[in-house]
Design a protein around this ligand. Structure first.
Ligand SMILES: NC(=O)c1ccc[n+]([C@@H]2O[C@H](COP(=O)([O-])OP(=O)(O)OC[C@H]3O[C@@H](n4cnc5c(N)ncnc54)[C@H](OP(=O)(O)O)[C@@H]3O)[C@@H](O)[C@H]2O)c1
Length: 243
């Protein structure tokens, strides 16, 4: 499916846009006419993505969501925006007995506190009709071994979307909760990626794992869905309803 959204003339900041889902969202937003700004820690990789965007090179800014100063500097540099999407995550998927305090903190900073700081610095610069899109994930609704931190942070993102929406109104704030998506992030995290994805597909109602296009369709729709705010959109093939 390709979405008919028209983002011509709209400036879209994508934090985490140098790779995986974030890079795909940058490409999709650019293909819909947006002026894309990629916020990332790795400026070389971000520049590679920005240079290859459809419709001409996008802008790149350094943002590490764990450092508020980089968010403040990026906001001053970019100026007005229409939308901010944040895919940043710092994973710490271990059993409770192996939790490391600083990695737990980093996970919360990347998924929850970072978006709060982005809201602080970018909401005042957001044009009328603007929105934030945060990234949650299916594990927030499917507790399981080794995914405590991911589950709690993903759940917290849902609350962040609801509370930010109420506080930043009439700006809109929503979150996407993907199921397992073949974004590139799994390439080095699982031994046999094909088997992992196949199993993930079996644990959905639609019988397949997620593609980047599934997430891009939903994200672009959210940017233009002017009557939707404070929501979590589950793009998981019904996976959270399957044991
Ligand atoms: N793919 C899936 O199956 C899946 C499933 C459920 C939920 N999600 C969620 O969807 C989002 C995107 O996932 P993904 O598949 O693209 O893979 P990912 O590995 O979670 O991507 C994380 C992104 O965040 C960036 N990042 C990490 N720390 C950052 C920081 N401190 N400041 C700025 N950027 C930072 C990374 O870039 P650098 O490390 O290069 O800086 C990368 O672009 C994440 O929130 C993830 O939890 C994904």
């Amino acid at each position: 499916m390709t979405h008919a959204a028209d983002l011509t003339g709209q400036r879209v900041l994508i934090v985490g846009g140098s790779r995986f889902i974030g890079a795909e969202l940058a490409r999709r937003a650019a293909s819909l006419g947006a002026e894309v700004v990629i916020g990332a820690r790795d400026l070389d990789r971000a520049t590679e993505v920005a240079d290859a965007l459809p419709g001409g090179a996008g802008k790149v800014v350094r943002i590490d969501v764990l450092e508020e100063s980089t968010i403040a500097a990026a906001a001053a540099d970019i100026g007005e925006v229409d939308h901010v999407i944040v895919t940043a995550a710092a994973h710490h998927d271990v059993p409770v007995a192996e939790l490391e305090h600083d990695k737990v903190v980093a996970a919360f900073e990347a998924k929850v506190i970072g978006p709060l700081m982005l809201a602080k610095h970018f909401a005042p610069r957001m044009r009328a009709g603007g929105s934030f899109v945060l990234f949650s994930g299916i594990v927030g609704w499917k507790p399981g071994p080794g995914s405590t931190v991911k589950g709690i942070t993903n759940g917290a993102v849902a609350y962040a979307a609801a509370h930010l929406a109420a506080n930043l109104s009439p700006l809109r704030v929503n979150a996407i909760a993907p199921g397992v998506v073949d974004s590139g992030t799994w390439d080095e995290k699982v031994g046999d990626k094909a088997a992992f994805l196949s199993r993930a597909g079996e644990h959905t109602l639609v019988g397949r794992y997620g593609e980047m296009a599934d997430i891009a369709d939903a994200a672009m729709w959210l940017l233009t869905a002017g009557y939707v705010t404070g929501e979590v959109i589950h793009i998981d093939g019904g996976g959270r309803r399957v044991a």
